[in-house]
Design a protein around this ligand. Structure first.
Ligand SMILES: [Zn+2]
Ligand SMILES: [Zn+2]
Length: 440
């Protein structure tokens, strides 16, 4: 398999003298199997360069499977400039996570309305198909593609491709699920020592991969001011990849404020994090034009992904359990906008009664409540037949490892620390529901 980087910048294209080495175009990575099946991870502005290259040199008709992580600007803006979409006979299949409330073709058509662009989506000459994807294992053009939800304020999928005896994973955009990576009761550095189920699942997903391409937009020093923006620090990414036994790690989605000198420093610092863990993972920062050729190795890991998860639910009733009426009101507005109906409980006792009478599809549960706290309520809920398997999303202002560990030990589905953003809440709710439906 051959992998080539066409766009390595996050958020917005950043041309200029300070970005000539690592590149200024937004996310776009091409992967081609030995048998010529082409995948394109994201269609940021780098897709223009890839499109021109394909139009000039690829055998016709041009075929490409575009795997969009999500539809934020920096991942789709190159699509209308991707030359093969104007070439009659080209076959382009576009895949993206379902769950934003609108179909993928409607979202892509939105950025090509006449107000923004002179050619509308349905005027493109290529044969283009649109596919809404959920978490799980898919076969595309005979190649195994494993998709898994990432933590970002929009429904976002990571993709892992296994072909030609090698495996690569593309994980953009993603933020740590927890500010604390390791449990306090076991030695750090191993997958099983990861505190939050979400971060552990993320590590298991990349386990043993030959190449992992990962969002690492921030330094650990920058991150506190950018929490909830949906991006990782190089430190988190290296720690997780090292624990997961990744062979080669490429950091990408470079911050627009980071020039070449700064990114080079990140590369050195990231390598020193790996060295401090005694890991042999090779760490590099992605640059435009870089081509990596992967050959079948001695051993390949395989990602563990539950096959056949259901698409995220667009509706259903969610019970919000929180003694803070303001938070309940804010969450209610957000969830109703997302197509859900909502009921509210101000105390654990009310919640128990409501769940017994009429179970919701998901419970959002505050940890700190007077009288009975959220962890005790979770324990009691799991004893109720009606709530035994219900997805439970814990909300807390306590970001301490002990509380997170207890929540997962008691069977919570996910654990979200306050303050969080409302888009983040919606995407975490949808991911919990999709996963629960897939397992049921
Ligand atoms: Zn992005
Ligand atoms: Zn994004």
């Amino acid at each position: 398999m051959r992998v080539r980087f066409w766009g390595t910048r996050g958020s917005i294209a950043t041309p200029g003298s300070g970005t000539t080495r690592f590149g200024g175009n937004t996310s776009c990575v091409e992967a081609v199997t030995d048998s010529g099946i082409r995948f394109v991870f994201d269609c940021g502005t780098g897709a223009r360069l890839l499109g021109s290259h394909l139009a000039a040199s690829a055998p016709k008709p041009i075929g490409a499977n575009i795997l969009l992580s999500h539809t934020h600007w920096d991942h789709i803006q190159g699509f209308p400039f991707f030359a093969p979409v104007f070439v009659p006979g080209s076959r382009i299949a576009v895949y993206a996570p379902q769950g934003g409330g609108r179909s993928l073709s409607a979202v892509l058509a939105g950025q090509m309305e006449f107000t923004y662009f002179p050619v509308e989506l349905d005027q493109l000459s290529a044969e283009i198909t649109y596919h809404d994807l959920a978490e799980g294992t898919h076969v595309i053009d005979g190649v195994t593609v494993k998709a898994q939800y990432l933590n970002h304020p929009a429904m976002t999928l990571g993709y892992r491709i296994e072909a030609d005896g090698v495996s690569i994973a593309y994980l953009c955009d993603h933020e740590p699920f927890s500010g604390t990576l390791w449990r306090t009761d076991s030695a750090p550095g191993k997958v099983e020592s990861i505190l939050h189920d979400g971060d552990r699942r993320h590590a298991e997903y990349m386990a043993g991969a030959d190449l992992v391409i990962h969002d690492a937009q921030y330094t650990p020093e920058e991150y506190p001011a950018k929490k909830n923006w949906g991006h990782s620090t190089y430190e988190y990414v290296v720690e997780v990849a090292a624990a997961a036994g990744v062979k080669s790690l490429v950091l990408t989605h470079h911050d627009p404020a980071h020039d070449d000198v700064f990114i080079e420093r990140i590369q050195d610092l990231a390598a020193s994090v790996a060295a401090a863990r005694g890991s042999s993972v090779r760490v590099s920062c992605a640059y435009e034009g870089w081509e990596v050729v992967l050959k079948r190795g001695e051993s390949q890991g395989t990602a563990v992904v539950q096959p056949g998860s259901a698409p995220p639910a667009e509706g259903g009733r969610i019970l919000i359990v929180d003694d803070d009426p303001e938070l309940r009101a804010l969450a209610r507005v957000t969830l109703v906008k997302g197509g859900f109906t909502v009921s509210e409980a101000g105390s654990a006792a009310d919640a128990l009664q409501m769940v017994g009478e009429n179970p919701p599809v998901l419970i959002m549960l505050d940890v700190l409540m007077p009288e009975m706290d959220g962890l005790e309520l979770l324990r009691r809920l799991r004893e109720l037949p009606a709530a035994k398997n219900l997805p439970v999303l814990m909300l807390t202002s306590l970001n301490d490892a002990e509380s997170i560990r207890k929540g997962f030990d008691l069977g919570c589905t996910d654990y979200l620390s306050k303050p969080f953003s409302m888009p983040q809440l919606t995407s975490r709710v949808r991911a919990c529901l999709a996963r629960a439906a897939g397992v049921a």
